[in-house]
Design a protein around this ligand. Structure first.
Ligand code: NAP
Length: 320
C-alpha cells in the first residue's frame, strides 16, 4: 500500500506536466489577447481623434523648422519648399525637400502651410503653378498678420481649395519648453472639409495650446496693440543699447529679456507687422503721443520745481 502510494506521482507526472503546459498556454493566450486588444484600442482611439497628415510647407525658415519638429513628433509627413536650399537640414529632420515647386505641389499634400515672411507672401505665392495640385487642398497660412493673407489668398487660390488663417502666437523662443497654454488664433475662412481642418487644428490642441477662434480683422486690431507694440518697445530698447548692470532690478531684467527676444526675429517680420497691418500705424502714433505726454509731464514738473527754487532764492535775497 505504501509502495503504490509512493509510486503514484511518477505514474501521473506526464499527465500533470501536460496539464501545466496547457494552463500556461491558456494564461499566455489570455494575456496576449488583452495586449492586442489594448493595442488595437489605442490605435483606434488615436486614429479616430487624429490622422497623420501629409503637410507641405512653403518657406522653411526658423518658424517653419520650429513647427516642423512638433509635427514630426506627432507622426505627420512633411515636405518643404523654400527660396534657399534647406535640403541638408530637411534630410536630418526627416522632411522631403523640393527645389522644384511643381513637384512639391504635385506631391499629393493634404495641407499646404504657408510660412514665408509677411513681406514675401505675394512674390512667393503668385508665381506658384497651382494647377499642379492633384486635388482640393487645405491651405493654411501662419503669418503674424491676418487680414492681408486672407484677402490675398482668397484672390489667388483655386476656388476648390479650403483656407484656414492661423497665427500661433509663439515662436522658437517662447515655445521652446512646449506649447502648453500658449495662444493659437485661427479663422476658418473657407472650409468645406471640416474633418481635415479639425485634424490640422488638433496639432495645436494636442500640445495644449489655447485655441482662439476670431475674425482676422479682430486679430490684427488686437495684435497691433499687443504684439506690434511689444516688438516696437523691444527694438527701441535695442537701439538704446541697454545692457545688464550689476544692479539690475526685476523690471529691468524683463526689459533686457524683451530686447533679446525681439531682435531674434528678423527685421522682415517686424516690418511686416507694421506694413501689412492697417491698425499698426495708429498704434505707433499712439505710442509717440503717449511718450510725448509722459515727457511733457516730466518737463512741466521740472519747470514747477525750478519756479519754486527761484521764488525761494528771491525771498532769501530779499531777506538779506
Ligand atoms: P521671416 O523672416 O518672417 O520669414 C522667413 C521665411 O521667409 C524663410 O522661409 C525665407 O525663405 C522666406 N523668405 C523671406 N524673404 C523671401 C523672399 N524674398 N522670397 C522668398 N522667400 C522669402 O521669419 P520666420 O520667423 O521664419 O517667420 C515665418 C512666418 O511665420 C512669417 O510670416 C511670420 O510672420 C510667421 N510667424 C513667425 C513667428 C515667430 O515667432 N518667428 C510666430 C508666428 C508666426 P528661405 O529660408 O528659403 O530664405
Amino acid at each position: 500500500m505504501s509502495r503504490s502510494s509512493y509510486s503514484e506521482p511518477r505514474i501521473y507526472w506526464p499527465v500533470f506536466a501536460g496539464l501545466l503546459a496547457l494552463v500556461k498556454r491558456y494564461i499566455l493566450a489570455v494575456l496576449n489577447r488583452h495586449y492586442y486588444l489594448l493595442l488595437a484600442a489605442t490605435m483606434a482611439s488615436s486614429s479616430s481623434s487624429s490622422t497623420n497628415l501629409k503637410i507641405g510647407i512653403v518657406g522653411f525658415g526658423s518658424f517653419a523648422q520650429f513647427l516642423a519638429k512638433t509635427m514630426l513628433k506627432q507622426g505627420h509627413f512633411l515636405r518643404a519648399t523654400s527660396r534657399s536650399d534647406h535640403s541638408e537640414l530637411c534630410l536630418n529632420l526627416g522632411v522631403s525637400f523640393f527645389r522644384d515647386v511643381e513637384a512639391f505641389l504635385g506631391a499629393d499634400n493634404d495641407v499646404i502651410m504657408i510660412c514665408t515672411s509677411i513681406m514675401s507672401l505675394t512674390e512667393v505665392v503668385k508665381p506658384m503653378p497651382l494647377h499642379c495640385l492633384k486635388r482640393p487642398t487645405l491651405f493654411v497660412d501662419v503669418l503674424s498678420v491676418k487680414e492681408f493673407p486672407k484677402n490675398f489668398l482668397l484672390q489667388v487660390l483655386p476656388e476648390e481649395s479650403d483656407l484656414l488663417c492661423a497665427h500661433p502666437m509663439f515662436g522658437p523662443e517662447s515655445g521652446k519648453n512646449g506649447w502648453k497654454d500658449l495662444a493659437c488664433m485661427y479663422e476658418r475662412v473657407r472650409i468645406r472639409n471640416e474633418a481635415l481642418c479639425s485634424n490640422f487644428l488638433q496639432i495645436f490642441e494636442r500640445e495644449g495650446c489655447r485655441m482662439l477662434q476670431m475674425p482676422c480683422g479682430e486679430h490684427d486690431k488686437m495684435a497691433a496693440r499687443s504684439q506690434f507694440l511689444t516688438h516696437t518697445i523691444g527694438r527701441i530698447l535695442y537701439e538704446m543699447e541697454i545692457n545688464s548692470t550689476p544692479m539690475n532690478t526685476k523690471g529691468f531684467e524683463s526689459l533686457l529679456l524683451l530686447k533679446e527676444n525681439t531682435v531674434k526675429d528678423s527685421f522682415d517680420l517686424y516690418s511686416g507687422l507694421f506694413l501689412r497691418n492697417r491698425y499698426a500705424k495708429q498704434e505707433l502714433e499712439n505710442l509717440e503721443l503717449a511718450f510725448n505726454k509722459v515727457k511733457q509731464k516730466l518737463l512741466d514738473k521740472m519747470i514747477y520745481d525750478q519756479d519754486i527754487d527761484d521764488s525761494m532764492n528771491n525771498k532769501e535775497r530779499e531777506r538779506n
